[in-house]
Structure formats: C-alpha cells, structure tokens
Design a protein around this ligand. Structure first.
Ligand code: GLN
Ligand code: ZN
Length: 781
C-alpha cells in the first residue's frame, strides 16, 4: 500500500482561531489555561481532518503558538541569557517574550523562512552556550494525539538546519540589541550576520545529545516515525556542514530511536544524492514539485532499506494538481519501490490556505482550478488509491481533475490574446530608457529645479483609526463609495497641506485609499482574484491573504491617476505618483504555475507601464515604483541568481521605460542587505532610489560608494519602525556621513520607509526635524 503522509498542516484554523486566541491571551482577555485549551482544540480538529482525508501518518509538533523554530529553541533550551531563563521547563511568558519582546527585553530577530513569505524567529548562539531539553511540548502533543487514536509522526527541525538558520552573537550584543520590526510590509528582512569569532557549527556536538534524548523519549512513547526537517540541505552549504550531516545522523541513529524520515523541500538536493542515500536514516522526502528531475537521480540504486517519500502536490500554491501528470511522475517510483513509496505534499501545508470549501464567493469555474490544504490531502488519497487499486478505482476523481486542468488550459479568462500580443511585440526589448542617466538627470534638473538635498517621503502617511474604520464600513456597505471617496480626498488634502507647511520638496498624496500596497493594485488588475479566507501565516499572529494571479494580467482602467491628479491640484510642488512594482506584486501573490514567473512579471510590468503613461499624461512628473520585495525573490541557490536578477531588473525597467527623460523615476527598497546584488539594483536604472540606512548608521552606503552606484540615492535618515523622534543633530550627522561617500549632488533626504504605521504625533515632529536638518546641511556643504 502506498502510504500517504503529511509534512505539516496549517495551524491557524479555518477562522483564524489561533490568531484570536494568542491575541486574546496577550491582551489579558483569556488566561493560559484557556489558550492551551484552544490550542488543543485546533490540534484535534486538524488531526481529525487529516485522518478523514486518509493521511496515514499525521504530523505532530507542527502546531505552535508562534513559530516552529522558536519551539525548537525552547525544546533545546537555546534561550538567550537576556530573558533570565532559570532552567527547567520554558514557561509561556518567556516563550512570548522571545517572540515579541517584553517590557524590559527586546524580541529575538525574525527573518524569512527560505523563499517563502513566512518568517521565523532566528536562534541566537553564543560560544559557550549549553543545550538542555527544556520543553515537554512535543511529548505532550504526541501523547495527546495517541490518546485520540491518531498515528502521530512528530516533526522536528533537524540539527543542521536548526544551527544553519541561527546566528552567532556576542553576549554583550545579544543583551543590548534593538528589537526586530513587526511592521506591515517590512516584516523582518533580517540583518547581516554578526561575526563573533566562533562558528555555530562548533555547537553541533553540544546540541546532538539533546536531539538524541528527544528521540529516545519519543521511541519510549511508542513513536514509529519521526520527521526531521533538513531544508537547509537545498541551500549552498559549505563542505564542513555537509560532512557534519553524516556524523550527526550517524550519532542520532545509535541506540533505540524511532525511524527517521529526513525531509527536504523548496529545492533540489540532487547534488547530495549519494550522501543522502548513504545516510543511516530510514527514509528521505524530496520536493518533486520544484524539481521533478530529482526523482531519477534518487531512484538509481535507491537503498533497499529506505522508504522514499515524494512530494507531488504543491504545498506552497493554490492550484489543483494535474493528477495524471502526478501519476506519471510516480509510476517509475512505484515500480522501483513498491510499498516503499510514500507520497506527500511537497512541503508543509502551512504555506497554503486551509480549506477551499469556505470560499463561497468564488465562481465555480475559478474554484474548480484550486486546491487548498484540505483538498491537497484529498488529492493525495486519490493518487494513492490510483496507484494501489488502479485508475478505475478513482475514475471519477481523475476525470474531475482532468476537466479542471483542461479548462485552465483553454479558458478565455486565463488566456488574453491582447496581453500575449503585447509580450510578443516587446520581443527582447531590454527596457532601457531613451537616454542614459546623466542626460536624464539634466533634463529633470531643468524641469523641477529642486534644491540640493531634496526632501521627500516614501509614500504613505499615518493610516489613522478613522481611515481604517471608514474602509471597513465601506466594505461592509455601511458607508457609501461616494462618502468613502470624499473622506479619503479630505485625507489627501490634509496630507498635502501638512507637507507644504513642513516645506517638503517632493510631496506625496499619502496613500490613505490603499489597504495594502499589493492588494490595492491586484483588485484593479485583470487576471487577479481574491479569497475570503485564504490566509497564510506570515509570522506569529500576523497572517496575509495574498491575491491569486490566475490569468494573463492587464490593466482595464487607470488605478491611481485620479488620486495623483487631485493631490497635484493642491500644490505647485511636483507631486510624486506612487506605484507598486512588478516584482513585488509577483512576490506577494500566489502565482500561476502554468507559465514561468518571469512571464507573469512581464505582464504585470506592462500593466504598470500603462499606469506610468497615464500618470505622465496627467502631468505627474515624478513617479515612484516601489520594489521592497526585489531581494526576496532571489532563488535559494546562488547559481540561479543571475537569471532571476536579469528578468527582475528587466521587468522593473519595462514598467518605467516609457518615461521621457524629464520624468523622474524613483524606486524604494527597505532592507539592509544590498551588497551582493548592487549591480542588479543599478541595472534597474531608477533615477532615484530610496533605501533603509538609518539603523546601520549609513554603513550600508559604503557599499554603494565602493560600487560607484551611478544614480541618485535617498538614504533613509530616520527609522520609521520606532516611535522615537530623531533629533536634528542626529540627522545632520547621518547626512554628513552620507555626503562623505556619495557626491552631494546625488543625495536626497527622506525617512527609511512609509509612515503608515506611525502616529501623526510622531510623524510631524520627525519630519520637522528632518527639514531643519536639511536646511542646516545645505548651508554646511
Ligand atoms: N510606498 C509604500 C509606503 O510608503 C512603500 C511601503 C514599503 O516599502 N513596504 O508605505
Ligand atoms: Zn519600505
């Protein structure tokens, strides 16, 4: 019999129960016992769903009140000393303090989980730290599952991956460091690793005994299989780390332990096939959705004592599986392995929405193309039955899938001839502007006559409770469109007036009408759909509901022009139009799997280009195209970087290309790791780039200087992620520092990022100081 297992189920609940429970606990509405009870309820429901779907081995330990890496840190006792953990069992308050900070201590850092939009809490390591089993959580949950008759397969983050994803810290730094950001849009882009003179791999011998202890206890609890997640193996690991894999698993498989299933996902591990096949574990899991070609590499001489789990259903996207294609992929594996073939989603389903059955507002056709977590498990059970009993046993299910696949291939809602003709016409056009930057800079200087060190902001102004309330009422039908529109206009007027008063050189309209920088555009573009309940966890209690890009993208009507025009009518200063770039829209959506990402990005780029053109025709001379997710799109393996950066920078250029020389194109990115992709940032050829630098004290700019970055730069002079109002002197100093490395005539003055999460009481004095600082610097330099 072909075994169906699952790597992880979304923990958030059909109705976001987890978010509600944790937030209620944080606000003191419910106590710890109630929180635990609600957690147990969710776990039971999710286990039952999986049983009903025919999952033989149900993952346990995938549930957490915040993050699975944080859970692992607690299990291993890797608690940074600043939380004053006294030993024993990690208590709930310490756990949440690590996740979110406490009154006295900042939170631990957070960063992206591989190339997903999930963020994990980064383990902190110091040289002489000790690991000790410090949480009974996994054992308690196994017991809970067993009591319910669930065949539990505990899931652990494997030792290599756990260490690889953590960071070395000096103890004094680990004590006094500023907390990470929990803001919208900018969540944890992570900071550059800190070097503390020791290598975290040296901690492996200390952490392994704790893993061994966990495995022994699980064996004693009657657990047959344990899933060890080692996704770090898909990255470019140094040789010592790969070698450490062998020693680690040799050590972990001594004595009485459950069978270990070593799980990899998100990319290929074909390069390590020989090593993995020789590992003394009882099975391997491969992501065949990302790289089907891994199959043959592994099937060749696959050891007879191991099972092979193949991930053939996409755990990270929303599309219904082409079951015929999946069966074809599985056939040779079944032939070679018989019952040693297991099937599963490609990775944990935590990256997929929970249940399509809840989407009552999607039309039937669109719905027939989709599968969320529950449906993906159903698909696996159909595949298993087809393999074991023959396709006739599931003829109906296969036929339904076939029909969905066929309709996706041909539906006019997906395939738009005009869009494809445009792409064709584009051909190999590289997207270069009419003139190179120096000529454009001249034309723009003549047109705008901006002072040296022009001042601007990144786009959004505070999204006040009144704005959010009006939007909610409007969506519920309690506030008419006309009234909502009037309110937003009034907000724009207020924001423009305030910028005039402050004396900002390049004002913005403030983005009050935008719920989110991607959703706002997705809602107006053709080829996008929105779900009601398609939430996935981004971090902790923050979930996102990404748009679905299901078809060819086009722009039926202008999206921002009326707002920009209105804002421009209120001031004689050049109003900066505000758009989200093609790469960011792509990155923060569920994307099509029936064409390369590059092609979808180009389609979005053409839609944005239409908007750029209309803005220009409406008299807007400065246009910012935000690309905060540009770096996020980087592939996991370095060998694939150039290809991605090639099409990503081209997509950006295509969207901006239509601007004549005297139209100034800005872009914005908010993170602090640029060094390795500076050429690709320069290749975007924006006239002005605004970046985050204040928290690195402008150090980031050195890289731009060394690289000789050719265009204008606005290094953020104040950190908008904190409520603190920076002083004039502080900002003067930062700008002086900047002017030492970048020619003064190419510098702008602006905050780090948008101001939407801040309060007016913070924004007004901060911008006042920023303008004063600029006046001072203009005199000094
Ligand atoms: N223009 C957007 C804003 O100001 C940019 C947000 C972002 O970089 N994430 O909010
Ligand atoms: Zn930003």
């Amino acid at each position: 019999m072909t075994r169906v297992h699952n790597l992880g189920f979304p923990r958030i609940g059909h109705k976001r129960e987890l978010k509600k429970a944790t937030e209620a606990y944080w606000s003191g509405e419910i106590d710890g016992a109630e929180l635990e009870a609600r957690g147990a309820q969710l776990r039971e429901r999710h286990w039952r769903i999986q049983q009903t779907c025919g999952v033989d081995l149900v993952p346990v330990g995938d549930f957490t009140f915040y993050d699975q890496m944080l859970d692992m840190s607690c299990t291993l006792g890797a608690i940074p000393p600043r939380y004053d953990f006294a030993g024993g069992e990690v208590d709930r308050d310490t756990f949440f303090a690590m996740a979110r900070g406490s009154k006295t201590q900042p939170a631990m850092e957070m960063t992206k989980w591989f190339d997903t939009n999930y963020h994990y809490i980064v383990p902190e390591f110091h040289e002489d730290m000790e690991f000790r089993l410090s949480s009974e959580r996994i054992f308690a949950q196994v017991k809970e599952a067993q009591a319910l008759g669930v065949k539990a397969k505990p899931v652990l983050v494997g030792p290599l991956t756990y260490l690889w994803l953590g960071k070395e810290k000096d103890l004094d730094i680990a004590h006094g460091e500023a907390g990470h950001r929990h803001d919208e849009g900018c969540a944890g882009h992570g900071e550059a690793p800190r070097h503390s003179g020791f290598d975290r791999l040296s901690l492996l011998p200390k952490v392994l005994p704790v893993y061994a202890e966990i495995l022994a206890k699980l064996a004693a609890a009657g657990v047959e299989w344990v899933q060890m997640d080692e996704p770090a193996l898909v990255l470019d690991l140094p040789q010592e780390w790969l070698d450490a894999l062998d020693t680690a698993y040799a050590q972990l498989t001594q004595g009485k332990t459950p069978k270990i299933l070593l799980a990899t996902y998100f990319e290929s591990v074909a390069d390590h096939a020989a090593r993995l096949k020789a590992l003394p574990v009882a099975g391997l899991h491969l992501d065949l959705r990302r790289t089907p070609a891994q199959r043959d590499v592994f099937l060749q001489n696959y050891p007879a004592d191991k099972i092979l789990s193949l991930g053939v259903v996409d755990g990270r996207n929303v599309w219904r599986t082409d079951l015929d294609a999946a069966l074809e992929l599985l056939a040779p594996a079944h032939k070679a392995l018989g019952d040693r073939l297991w099937i599963a989603p490609s990775c944990s389903l935590m990256h997929s929405p929970v249940d399509l059955a809840q989407e009552t507002e999607l039309d039937d056709e669109l719905k027939s193309w989709l599968a969320f977590s529950v449906q993906k498990l159903d698909e696996l059970s159909v595949l298993a039955r087809a393999i074991d009993k023959g396709e006739s046993a599931v003829a109906q299910e296969l036929e339904a899938a076939r029909k969905a696949v066929a309709s996706r291939k041909s539906s006019p809602r997906i395939h738009n001839a005009a869009v494809n003709a445009r792409l064709q016409e584009l051909g190999n056009d590289d997207g270069q502007r009419h003139s190179p930057f120096p000529a454009r800079a001249q034309a723009q200087a003549a047109r705008f006559k901006l002072p040296p060190f022009p001042t601007t902001t990144i786009g959004s102004f505070p999204q006040t409770p009144e704005i959010r309330k009006a939007r909610l009422q409007n969506r519920k039908g309690e506030l008419s469109d006309a009234k909502y529109h009037k309110m937003m206009e009034a907000e724009v007027a207020l924001v423009v007036k305030e910028q005039e008063r402050l004396g900002l050189d390049v004002p913005v309209h403030g983005e009050p009408e935008r719920n989110d920088m991607v959703e706002y555009f997705g809602e107006q573009l053709a080829g996008f759909a929105f779900t009601r309940h398609g939430w996935v966890q981004s971090y902790g209690s923050r979930y996102v509901k990404p748009p679905l890009i299901f078809g060819d993208v086009s722009r039926p009507h202008p999206m921002t022009v009326e707002w920009a025009k209105y804002a421009q009518s209120l001031t004689s200063k050049p109003m900066k139009g505000m758009l989200t770039g093609p790469v960011t829209i792509l990155q923060w959506s569920f994307v099509r799997d029936d064409q390369p990402r590059e092609r979808t990005a180009l389609q979005i780029a053409l839609a944005i280009r239409d908007e750029v053109k209309d803005l220009i025709d409406a008299g807007i001379g400065i246009i910012q195209i935000d690309e905060p997710a540009y770096r996020e799109g980087l592939p996991l393996k370095r060998k694939d970087w150039d290809k991605y950066l090639g099409w990503a920078s081209r997509a950006f250029r295509i969207s901006a290309q239509i601007a004549p020389d005297d139209v100034q194109i800005h872009t914005h990115m908010c993170y602090s790791e640029f060094n390795d992709i500076l050429p690709a940032i320069a290749a975007m050829d924006a006239d002005v780039i605004t970046i985050e630098t204040s928290r690195s004290q402008m150090e980031l700019l050195d890289a731009f200087a060394t690289f000789n970055y050719p265009n204008e730069i606005g290094p953020g002079v104040y950190d908008i992620h904190s409520p603190r109002v920076p002083s004039v002197e502080e900002m003067v100093q930062l700008m002086e520092k900047a002017a030492k490395v970048v020619p003064a005539e190419r510098l702008w003055v602006n905050p780090d990022c948008g101001l939407k999460t801040r309060k007016w009481a913070e924004v007004t004095p901060a911008l006042e100081n920023m303008v004063k600082a600029t006046q001072e610097i203009r005199q000094r330099l």
